[in-house]
Design a binder for this molecule. Structure first.
Ligand code: PLP
Length: 439
């Protein structure tokens, strides 16, 4: 262990606990009020640009994915009240949740059944648009439904898209790229579940399997792609496009809350909890939400104890300069969507003034929460997603945050949103195995 890391273990209590694989609730001391934000890497105009691009593609998406007919080609998920889950958490875990508890069901997002259907699909669409416009085959004012024609599939088939993944990103990139006509290669880390590899292969995607972790799969994928001028690499470690695809969720959620007549203001704070792997998805969603609600939304990331890379990166300020292996933990977790040992190079820096904190959770508890949600609300989400409830299980720390933020008097009117990030595509036999795990 290098001396620097030792220093952090000695001086940052959250890092010391993480090194012992204990659950941690880290409150971000660098969070700033909106008036002091100076974010330059991305801008609100970038979110608008991403939202407009998704709108341009809506006629195409509606044409090729029948499940998007009802939404007119917009990939969005339900926001559902889960009062019985709130009671369950309060009863079984002394969570002390006041106000409403809602579930944002990205677990059921169309096309690929996870939050990656936001960022992953967005990045593929953006790449396709750039290629087609550059070749003079498409204008922004065209009806993009033409992209479904064989001529375009032929055009895209000259190009390759590659990505490294623990599973869900590969599913989104793979399904979308293959639909457009691209050749696709997904580099899957050891954590990836068999059924995800099988499903991708059935859609004509080339899946390369690695005996190594996520960072290794990404590195190999990037190398392969860089060696081929016709290949594009979706770089989860650095991608601004992925981040912006996720950030579009902010305004969409605002519309849903308005439709449910749920106010968000200083007297009605919004608390949002999002499972975190490399950081792109929760970072993008957080950025989108903070842009809409400013100081009235409080965003938390949640991670498995074995793969708490974002907490380490942010608590030490080293960001991608530290990995879980550096503090002697293995990065191995059943929460495959979160099995990342080193955080994104740019997300932690962008969200530094925005994020409220990060809670970590033991793998075994994820299964208990999964069964709890299924029993109380009849909703199945995958174990990774259940990390969204982590902060409630360390209620003293959450309460401490509320106290520091001066919100005690208004918590009875608060809304909490647990962001369910994956689940609908999990096959029945795998669901049953999850349901029977650890009991
Ligand atoms: C990818 C993923 C996340 C987190 O996204 P990152 O961009 O890796 O932080 C959370 N939950 C599930 C189910 C995922 O697949």
């Amino acid at each position: 262990m290098n001396t620097d890391v030792k220093k952090y273990i000695e001086t940052v209590p959250a890092v010391a606990k993480a090194a012992k694989l204990e659950e941690v609730f880290w409150i971000n001391p660098k969070k700033e009020e909106q008036k002091n934000w100076h974010i330059t890497a991305v801008s609100p105009e970038d979110i608008q640009d991403a939202a407009a691009r998704l709108q341009r593609f809506a006629p195409y998406l509606e044409t090729v994915f029948p499940e998007l007919k009802a939404s007119g080609g917009i990939i969005e998920s339900e926001l559902r009240d889960i009062p019985k889950m709130k009671d369950f958490l309060n009863r079984s875990y002394e969570a002390g949740i006041q106000g409403n508890l809602l579930l944002k069901m990205d677990s059921d997002l169309p096309i690929s059944g996870s939050v990656k259907a936001r960022g992953g699909i967005y990045e593929v669409l953006k790449h396709a648009e750039e290629l087609a416009i550059e070749a003079g085959k498409l204008k922004e004012t065209d009806n993009y439904a033409v992209l479904a024609e064989p001529e375009f599939r032929q055009f895209f088939s000259q190009y390759t898209v590659q990505v490294g993944s623990t599973g869900n990103l590969g599913m989104s990139i793979g399904i979308m790229s293959a639909q457009l006509g691209f050749r696709v290669i997904v580099h899957m880390s050891v954590d990836a579940k068999q059924w995800k590899k099988d499903l991708l292969r059935s859609r004509g995607v080339t899946v390369i399997e690695y005996e190594d972790n996520y960072c290794a799969a990404v590195e190999q994928g990037r190398k392969n792609s860089d060696a081929d001028p016709m290949s594009y690499f979706v770089d989860d470690e650095n991608s601004k496009n992925l981040f912006l695809g996720y950030s579009v969720a902010g305004r969409r959620l605002q519309k849903q809350l308005e439709a449910m007549q749920i106010p968000v203001d200083a007297e009605h704070p919004l608390f949002v909890y999002i499972p975190c792997g490399i950081g792109g998805a929760p970072g993008g969603v957080t950025y989108g939400l903070k842009e809409v609600y400013g100081d009235n939304v409080h965003c938390f990331f949640t991670e498995p104890t074995h793969a708490c890379c974002m907490m380490l990166g942010m608590a030490t300020g080293l960001h991608d300069g530290i990995s879980v292996e550096d503090i002697g933990i293995d990065g191995k977790t059943d929460a495959d969507g979160l099995a990342v040992g080193r955080p994104s190079a740019f997300v932690g820096r962008v969200v530094e003034p925005l994020l409220s904190g990060i809670a970590t959770i033991q793998d075994g508890t994820l299964y208990d929460l999964m069964r709890g949600l299924l029993d109380t609300e009849g909703v199945f989400i995958e174990p990774s997603s259940c990390a969204a409830f982590a902060a409630f299980l360390q209620s003293d720390s959450l309460q401490e945050y509320v106290r520091q933020a001066g919100l005690e008097a208004v918590m009875g009117q608060a809304t909490h949103i647990a962001w369910a990030t994956g689940g609908s595509m999990v096959p029945e036999d795998v669901r049953q195995a999850y349901i029977n795990t650890g009991i």
